[in-house]
Design a protein around this ligand. Structure first.
Ligand code: ADP
Length: 153
């Protein structure tokens, strides 16, 4: 018998769970895409955050629902506005890696007041990141449910 309380055991368990265990598929659009196309992609793929890449698939931006709503308030035709002018761009993007702890991701989401992070790896060529996944508040909610059901690794 270890003498540890339930809370201590829960804390230890959470501190071993990495991003790799709870992630989703990233949905990506090119920086030359229009705001109109990004809105269609967001509906079709049923996600709240899109990642924007250049032609070499390097991460250059993030688009949230509100970014697209804000762009839609103007008078300009949405087909004529490239996402690159409204997105949040590098280097102001908060990212994580597959081996990062979920609890660190949760802290970043709260501190930055955002819904999700791209999971990235360094590109082989030059500098920058390649997007390999997505982690959101929804993934963290399913971790909570698994913890309650004691189904975690
Ligand atoms: P919404 O704006 O729809 O409520 P978020 O709270 O996720 O969605 O986004 C708030 C703002 O933060 C948006 O302008 C968005 O572009 C930006 N943002 C979203 N995710 C990130 C991220 N991982 N790193 C930096 N900025 C982000």
């Amino acid at each position: 018998y270890t003498g540890k309380t339930g809370t201590e055991l829960l804390g230890e368990k959470v501190k071993n769970i990495t991003v790799r265990h709870y992630q989703s598929r990233p949905i990506v659009v090119q920086e030359s895409s229009s705001v109109y196309d990004a809105i269609c992609t967001m509906f079709l793929e049923d996600v709240g955050t899109l990642f924007v890449t250049d032609k070499q698939t390097t991460l250059v931006g993030v688009l949230s629902r509100k970014d697209l709503l804000r762009a839609s308030l103007g008078k300009q035709a949405l087909e004529s506005i490239p996402v690159s002018i409204i997105m949040t761009r590098m280097p102001n993007i908060t990212v994580c890696k597959e081996d990062d702890l979920i609890i660190e991701v949760a802290k970043k989401l709260i501190n930055k007041q955002i819904d999700g992070l791209p999971i990235v790896q360094d590109v082989d060529y030059g500098s920058g990141y390649e997007v390999i996944g997505r982690i959101t508040k929804t993934n963290i909610t399913s971790l909570l449910v698994d913890l309650a059901n004691e189904e975690t690794i």
